[in-house]
Design a protein around this ligand. Structure first.
Ligand SMILES: Cc1cc2nc3c(=O)[nH]c(=O)nc-3n(C[C@H](O)[C@H](O)[C@H](O)COP(=O)(O)O)c2cc1C
Length: 230
């Protein structure tokens, strides 16, 4: 797969088939992920793969509770402020995330593969998110989609206890990645503010020097601007 296709079309896919992901595919995904850069090449990361149904059912309950808590915080205005756009746009973005998030939550126990990512001193995520994103790109090349979530942070102690994580050694949960073969179609992530609105040159706020009104890559999967928020 062309690297640009992977970069432009690796959307978060919340609707997936329950079909298992073969072990060889899992190997190719994680073997690519561990090539990611990390500070001092200390590789203080651990990928805990969960496919046990009993675990997933317990985690599904926890996920539902944590999600409720997150929405309460959003509703209280703690997090909603960070969504870009005016109030109406923010409400619409939130509505869409909630709708696809509901499907994901209701089908959580059927997700074929969860990968819990743990790290030590992750430098505010800088040391671990390159590997997390490589996991998604490598999965994309295999036709596997998914979503990353930090919602379970509200229940971190319960999760680490359940998964026997050696927290006394400093391991902390960074994110949960959920993977499966997507029900939706891959499309360009067009719902982004364009480069000229989020970039400047030499001084903050000075024009970047070019306007890019539409994604610069649009094929071969689907035409530019097509949105399938799965
Ligand atoms: C750190 C982080 C945490 C996220 N947490 C969640 C989450 O808990 N649930 C979820 O459905 N999506 C989560 N996402 C995915 C974002 O909601 C998603 O990237 C965004 O809505 C844009 O959608 P798109 O990538 O499909 O275009 C998270 C993304 C990041 C980077």
């Amino acid at each position: 797969m062309d690297v640009r296709e992977a970069l432009y079309t690796t959307r978060m896919m919340r609707r997936m088939r329950p079909d298992p992901i073969p072990l060889e595919t899992q190997c190719r995904i994680l073997d690519a992920a561990i090539r990611a850069p990390n500070g001092g090449n200390t590789q203080r990361w651990h990928f805990l793969v969960v496919d046990d149904r009993e675990h997933k059912e317990k985690l599904a309950e926890l996920y539902r509770e944590c999600r409720e808590r997150e929405y309460q915080e959003i509703a209280a205005g703690l997090m909603g402020r960070s969504l870009h756009g005016d109030d109406e746009e923010r409400a619409e973005t939130l509505r869409k995330i909630k709708a696809s998030g509901k499907y994901f939550t209701d089908h959580f126990a059927e997700i074929p593969l969860l990968i819990f990512v743990f790290s030590i001193d992750d430098h505010g995520g800088a040391n671990i998110y390159p590997a997390i994103w490589s996991t998604f790109l490598a999965a994309r090349a295999e036709g596997v989609g998914g979503v990353m979530s930090t919602v379970l942070r509200y229940a971190e102690d319960t999760v680490t206890d359940m998964l026997h994580v050696p927290v006394e050694q400093g391991w902390r949960m960074t994110a949960m990645l959920a993977f499966g073969y997507p029900l939706g179609r891959w499309g360009v992530a067009a719902n982004r503010r364009p480069v000229h609105e989020v970039a400047s040159r030499n001084h903050w706020g000075q024009p970047f020097g070019a306007e890019i009104p539409a994604p610069l890559w649009s094929g071969p999967t689907e035409p530019a601007g097509t949105q399938h928020n799965a």
